[in-house]
Design a protein around this ligand. Structure first.
Ligand code: ADP
Ligand code: MG
Length: 387
C-alpha cells in the first residue's frame, strides 16, 4: 500500500534526514517508526503526504507514484494525526471532526452524521462532547478528536506522528488500547511515529527501528525484541527486552502443562487416591462440562474422611488467563494471586496450566522460532536450563 524506493531527503542546509530508505507497508498493516529524536521519522512521514518532497527516490501509495498525484488530492486519501492535534479553537468538536468531509463537498448533514459516528468510534459521546470547544476537553480527549478527524473522510491510509505523546502514561495506555480496538475494526494502512519502544512494540504489526536516517531493522515486535539485528537495535530496545517480549508473545496450547484433574462431583477419597498415584500435591478441579472450578490440595482430600466430596473442599481459582493472551499477562496474574501457576482457559474450558518454567520455555521457544524463521512448535532444544 505504501512503498519507499531508495528515498533520500537532504535539507537545504545539508542535513541528510533520511538516506536511501526502502520499505513497504501492506494494506491494513500498522507499522510503527521508532527511533531517537532527529533520526528522520517525521521527515519520512511527511514525504508520504507530500508536505516534504524527497530529494531522491520514489514513493508509491496504492501503486501510484505520488510525485504524479496532485498533493491536495493525495492528502484527502491520507488521514494525518499529529501530537499538537491542531484543532480549530473556534469550531465545535463536531465541526472539527467534520472538517475534511466538509472540505470535499459533503452535505452538512451527512458530514455531521459521519462526524458523530467517528466521535462514537473514538469513545467520545457525540451528544455530550460534539458541541464543546477544544479548550473544554482534556488532552486525551483532544487526541481522540484528532484521530476522529483524520478518519472522517474514510481515508485508506493514516499517518500518525507521536499521536499519544502529549498525554500522561495512564491516558496514553487507554488511548493505545482504544486505537488498537478501532484499528481492528477499520483496518487502515497506518504509519505511526513514536520515540517510545514500548509504544512501538505494543501497537505495531511490524516496527521500523531507525538509526540516523536509516532503518536498522524492520520486523515484527517479537523479532526485534528477540533477535535485534544490530548492536544499535539491541541498545535501543533495552536490556529488558526479554521482559518486553513477554508482552508480545502469546500463550499457545502447546506451552501448557497438564496437571492432575479431579471432578467436582468426585469423592474426596477417590481424588486423594489418584493424586497420590500421580504423585501430585494438588489437582485442578473441573465441573462436568470441563470448565474450570478451582483446585484442591492432597491433604484436604486425604483428611476429608468418608463421604467427603471434592466439591465441598475445592478452592475457587482466580489465577487464570485466556489462551492467546500474552505471557506477560500470565506472569502478572501469577504475581497478583501469589500463585505458582495459572490456569489457561478457552472460554470457560480448561486447557492446562502455565508454570514459571513453562513460561520461560515458551519465551525461549518464540525467540528461537524467530531466529530460525520457523513456527514456535517446530523449535527443538534439549534443555531450557543450558540456554
Ligand atoms: N526543515 C528542516 N531543515 C533542516 N533540517 C531539518 C528540517 N527538518 C528536520 N531537519 C533535520 O532532519 C533530521 C531529521 O528530523 P526529523 O525527521 O524531524 O526527525 P524525528 O522526527 O525522527 O525527530 C534532524 O537532524 C533535523 O534536525
Ligand atoms: Mg518527529
Amino acid at each position: 500500500m505504501i512503498r519507499f524506493e531508495q528515498v533520500s531527503k537532504r535539507y537545504p542546509d545539508g542535513t541528510m534526514a533520511v538516506d536511501e530508505l526502502s520499505f513497504e507497508v501492506g494494506e491494513g498493516e500498522l507499522v510503527t517508526l521508532v527511533g531517537p529524536s532527529g533520526c528522520g521519522k517525521t521527515t519520512t512521514m511527511m514525504m508520504v503526504n507530500r508536505l516534504i518532497e524527497p530529494t531522491a527516490g520514489r514513493i508509491f501509495v496504492n501503486g501510484e507514484n505520488i510525485a504524479d498525484v496532485d498533493p491536495v488530492r493525495l492528502r484527502r486519501r491520507i488521514g494525518y494525526v499529529i501530537q499538537q492535534v491542531g484543532l480549530f479553537p473556534h469550531r465545535t468538536v463536531l465541526d472539527n471532526t467534520a472538517t475534511v468531509p466538509a472540505l470535499i463537498g459533503w452535505k452538512k448533514a451527512k458530514a455531521r452524521a459521519r462526524a458523530a459516528e467517528l466521535l462514537d468510534l473514538v469513545g467520545l459521546d457525540p451528544k455530550m462532547y460534539g458541541s464543546r470547544y477544544p479548550e473544554q476537553l482534556s488532552g486525551g480527549q483532544r487526541q481522540r478528536v484528532g484521530v476522529a478527524r483524520a478518519l472522517a473522510a474514510d481515508p485508506p491510509v493514516l499517518l500518525m506522528d507521536e499521536p499519544f505523546g502529549a498525554v500522561d502514561p495512564v491516558v496514553r495506555e487507554q488511548l493505545q488500547d482504544e486505537f488498537l480496538r478501532m484499528q481492528a475494526a477499520v483496518r487502515k494502512t497506518v504509519l505511526l511515529v513514536t520515540h517510545d519502544i514500548e509504544e512501538a512494540v505494543r501497537l505495531g504489526d511490524r516496527i521500523a527501528v531507525y538509526g540516523q536516517g536509516r532503518i536498522e531493522q524492520f520486523d515484527t515486535p517479537g523479532a526485534v525484541l528477540g533477535t535485534p539485528a544490530t548492536p544499535y537495535v539491541a541498545g535501543f530496545v533495552g536490556a529488558d527486552r526479554g521482559l518486553k517480549r513477554l508482552s508480545v508473545t502469546e500463550i499457545l496450547p502447546d506451552d501448557l502443562e497438564q496437571p492432575t484433574v479431579v471432578r467436582l462431583d468426585e469423592s474426596a477419597a477417590h481424588a486423594a487416591a489418584r493424586l497420590r498415584e500421580e504423585d501430585a500435591r494438588w489437582g485442578v478441579v473441573l465441573d462436568a462440562d470441563g470448565d474450570l472450578h478451582g483446585w484442591v490440595g492432597i491433604d484436604e482430600v486425604a483428611l476429608a474422611g468418608e463421604g467427603g466430596k471434592v466439591g465441598d473442599l475445592a478452592h475457587r481459582m482466580r489465577a487464570w488467563v485466556p489462551v492467546g493472551a500474552p505471557l506477560k499477562q500470565a506472569f502478572g496474574v501469577m504475581l497478583q494471586h501469589d500463585a505458582g501457576w495459572v490456569a489457561v482457559l478457552d472460554g470457560a474450558r480448561f486447557l492446562g496450566v502455565l508454570t514459571p518454567a513453562k513460561l520461560h520455555e515458551a519465551l525461549r521457544r518464540s525467540v528461537d522460532a524467530d531466529a530460525q524463521g520457523v513456527a514456535r512448535d517446530q523449535v527443538e532444544f534439549d534443555s531450557v536450563a543450558d540456554a
